[in-house]
Design a protein around this ligand. Structure first.
Ligand code: MG
Length: 159
């Protein structure tokens, strides 16, 4: 089998006094994602999609939130570690498609910067990275701005 597909999902609470970091890009806003690492929900989702494609478990297995080593960790480092795991097993990334779900702020002005950052981390061309954004129409925890969630699918192929 030369191709595999993987799916990722993650969510984080929004909190005052935290930076909002999505796809490796810091976005000006009065709320940010709370978590053990820098809580980049989009990069975490991509990590899980890639790990899933290679059947290597999930992000909690590789980076437990009980491990002080990952406290405040830059999620770009987590994704780099996932990429190393894939590389060791002879996989490279084909493409990723992601959706971030949050009410505010608007992500459209930042989507290109996220794509550039993610493409560099995944060692793929820009057109292999899609970052989409949606609100949740004011419904549920996303609608109440209690949190942000993100979904991703990733295709990997034999290097
Ligand atoms: Mg997470």
């Amino acid at each position: 089998m030369n191709f595999r597909v993987g799916f990722g999902y993650d969510s984080h609470r929004l909190a005052e006094g935290r930076p909002l970091i999505l796809g490796g890009v810091t976005i000006p806003y009065h709320l940010g994602c709370d978590g053990h690492s820098d809580a980049d929900v989009l990069l975490h989702t991509i990590c899980d999609a890639l790990l899933g494609a290679a059947a290597l478990g999930d992000i909690g297995l590789h980076f437990p939130d009980t491990d002080a080593a990952w406290k405040g960790a830059d999620s770009k480092m987590l994704l780099a570690h996932v990429m190393a795991l894939l590389h060791d097993r002879g996989w490279k990334v084909g493409n990723v498609d992601c959706t971030v779900v949050l009410e505010q702020p608007k992500l459209k002005p930042h989507a290109q910067a996220m794509r550039v950052a993610i493409a560099a981390l995944l060692a793929v061309p820009l057109d292999a990275v899609s970052v989409k954004a949606s609100t949740n129409e004011r419904m549920g925890f996303v609608g109440r701005e209690e949190g942000v969630c993100a979904y991703a699918v990733a295709l990997i192929e034999r290097a």
